[in-house]
Design a protein around this ligand. Structure first.
Ligand SMILES: O=P(O)(O)OC[C@H]1O[C@H](OP(=O)(O)OP(=O)(O)O)[C@H](O)[C@@H]1O
Ligand SMILES: O=c1cc[nH]c(=O)[nH]1
Length: 182
């Protein structure tokens, strides 16, 4: 069960996603952009950014990657959420791709997503948009667009919940990461 008091509510989440969209606009005045959400909560993030950016970039594309088969912990297949499959319904070649995820932590998910992406083509550039960025990188991964950096302890876990997946918009800090050995 998440803690009862969220760190961010719907309004705080919306403001941060709007800021991410503005940063992307400033950095890409010429467009040629594709937003690709990492399953699962990176997908609603990409969709919300798409809704904000599409009026400014008519050629904006939207896709999704499911990195389940690319993870470096495949020995744990039973713990991996069900395979949804990737969906890149456009030509990735020479696009500026922004990979979207709700949290970047070790960077392993992002690394796997980049690996999967490259099976679909040769983008001009790949950048990362993270709704929440926290310390603890195990790979040289850097998010170009960050909704919020959270300075939390290694044993804590940030839980981002989006209405499309979880029925509410909220960010919680949990005191124990039940997925990691303490
Ligand atoms: O940088 P990393 O250490 O890879 O962590 C980031 C990932 O952690 C979360 O996924 P998680 O594996 O917790 O599963 P979830 O998609 O079910 O939330 C989140 O969705 C990110 O994709
Ligand atoms: O704190 C964390 C770390 C990885 N993934 C999450 O969703 N939260």
């Amino acid at each position: 069960m998440p803690d009862p008091a969220p760190l961010f509510d719907h309004q705080a989440i919306t403001q941060r996603i709007e800021r991410l969209a503005n940063l992307i606009r400033e950095n890409h005045p010429d467009g040629n952009l594709a937003l690709v959400g990492i399953h699962s909560r990176g997908v609603p993030l990409a969709e919300r950014l798409y809704a904000l950016l599409k009026p400014h970039f008519p050629d904006l594309e939207l896709g999704r990657v499911d990195i389940s088969l690319y993870r470096d912990d495949l020995g744990n297949l039973a713990t991996i959420p069900k395979l949804i499959g990737s969906d890149i319904p456009f030509d990735l070649d020479d696009k500026n791709v922004i990979l979207c995820d709700e949290v970047t932590y070790t960077g392993r998910t992002t690394r796997a997503a980049i690996e999967e992406l490259l099976d679909y083509g040769r983008p001009a550039k790949v950048e990362i948009a993270a709704f929440i960025d926290r310390d603890g990188r195990e790979f040289p991964i850097h998010a170009a667009y960050i909704g919020e950096h959270l300075d939390i302890l290694p044993h804590q876990r940030v839980q981002v919940r989006f209405t499309e997946v979880d029925g509410e918009d909220a960010v919680y800090i949990q005191d124990h990461d039940i997925r990691r050995p303490s």
